[in-house]
Design a binder for this molecule. Structure first.
Ligand SMILES: NC(=O)c1ccc[n+]([C@@H]2O[C@H](COP(=O)([O-])OP(=O)(O)OC[C@H]3O[C@@H](n4cnc5c(N)ncnc54)[C@H](O)[C@@H]3O)[C@@H](O)[C@H]2O)c1
Length: 285
């Protein structure tokens, strides 16, 4: 199957990044969210990125316009009927994702591949919501999508080889380096990264260090480009908490227990950069 029309469900920080790289590779893109203001915000984020690329002379204004013209916005999931390949990048919530996959299964053509950008929810669990588990796969991009090279590709038990090959080739077409991970909660990236971030939050909670010292120690001591608390703010604390809940639920091991301080921040609406406040404060652009 040749992928020509590429759907993205969820126009948040990951969804709009995925839409941008797909359109940059020449595909026709449909970017969907539940409200017009959310898809417009996603499109504005893409436009800002591309404007910066034009200013830095990495792209011509004509190429920018052509890329933007390849992205159609949608607030009706039925628009995905014309997509050959859909990536779901909605909120990290199992109930939301289950419903989206049930709906996409009814809306999309029989040959369409349904991928999920979930950070942690097992692919087989999502695939079982559909009548086409052979065409469901994990395609896990990293944040920020236009910059980060990795795509984790995850087969569910029933994922067909053809589905895997198409997803792998699409990752390459987007200029990314795919790496395969098995279908366990958190896959590879978040099985390793998120417990570290959670431990950093415990360090803050227990007063082992200030936010600045925790981040400085990991930047200079472990050679990480960002400290774990700044990275948590970039990812979104709601997403971090959801991933820890999935690890905790999946492995039933207390080492994955989300830090109460992380939960407290999420309950307060301090979700990180996207809300202007997390472990650090941000001025909204
Ligand atoms: N943030 C990261 O660093 C990161 C990295 C890799 C993967 N992910 C995963 O990507 C997904 C999205 O994360 P994000 O950081 O972009 O979150 P986000 O909060 O920025 O965006 C989520 C978007 O999904 C939309 N949405 C919710 N329900 C929807 C529905 N039923 N239909 C369509 N849209 C819906 C929301 O309105 C919102 O715009 C999550 O599964 C997350 O785990 C996140």
């Amino acid at each position: 199957m040749t992928v020509k029309t590429f759907g993205v469900v969820g126009a948040g920080q990951m969804g709009n990044g995925i839409a941008q790289v797909a359109a940059a590779s020449g595909l026709e893109v449909i970017m969907n969210d539940i409200k017009t203001e959310f898809v417009e915000r996603g499109l504005q984020a893409i436009t800002r990125n591309l404007n910066r690329a034009v200013e830095k002379e990495k792209m011509t204004a004509a190429d920018k316009d052509a890329l933007l013209n390849r992205i159609k916005t949608s607030v009706d999931l039925k628009d995905m009927a014309s997509a050959d390949f859909v990536v779901e990048a909605a909120t990290e919530n199992q109930t939301i994702k289950f419903q989206i996959f049930k709906d996409l299964d009814e809306i999309c053509g029989a040959q369409a591949i349904l991928a999920t950008n979930t950070s942690s929810i097992p692919i087989g669990r999502i695939a079982s919501q559909t009548q086409r588990p052979d065409k469901v796969i994990g395609m896990h991009f990293m944040n920020p999508v236009p910059v980060m090279k990795l795509v984790e590709v995850i087969r569910g038990l029933a994922t067909a080889d053809e589905t895997f090959d198409i997803t792998w080739d699409l990752s390459l077409k987007f200029g990314k380096t795919p790496a395969e991970a098995s279908d366990f909660p958190g896959f590879i990236a978040n099985r390793i990264l998120m417990p570290m971030i959670n431990e950093a939050v415990y360090c803050l909670y227990h007063g082992v260090g200030t936010r600045e010292n925790i981040d400085t120690v990991m930047k200079l001591g472990a050679n990480h480009p960002m400290g774990p608390l700044a990275l948590a703010d970039l990812i979104g604390l709601d997403t971090c908490l959801a991933i820890m809940e999935t690890l905790n639920d999946g492995f039933k091991d207390s080492k994955y227990r989300p830090c109460p301080l992380l939960r407290k921040y999420v309950e307060a609406g301090w979700l990180g950069r996207k809300t202007g406040r997390g472990f650090y404060e941000y001025t909204k652009s």
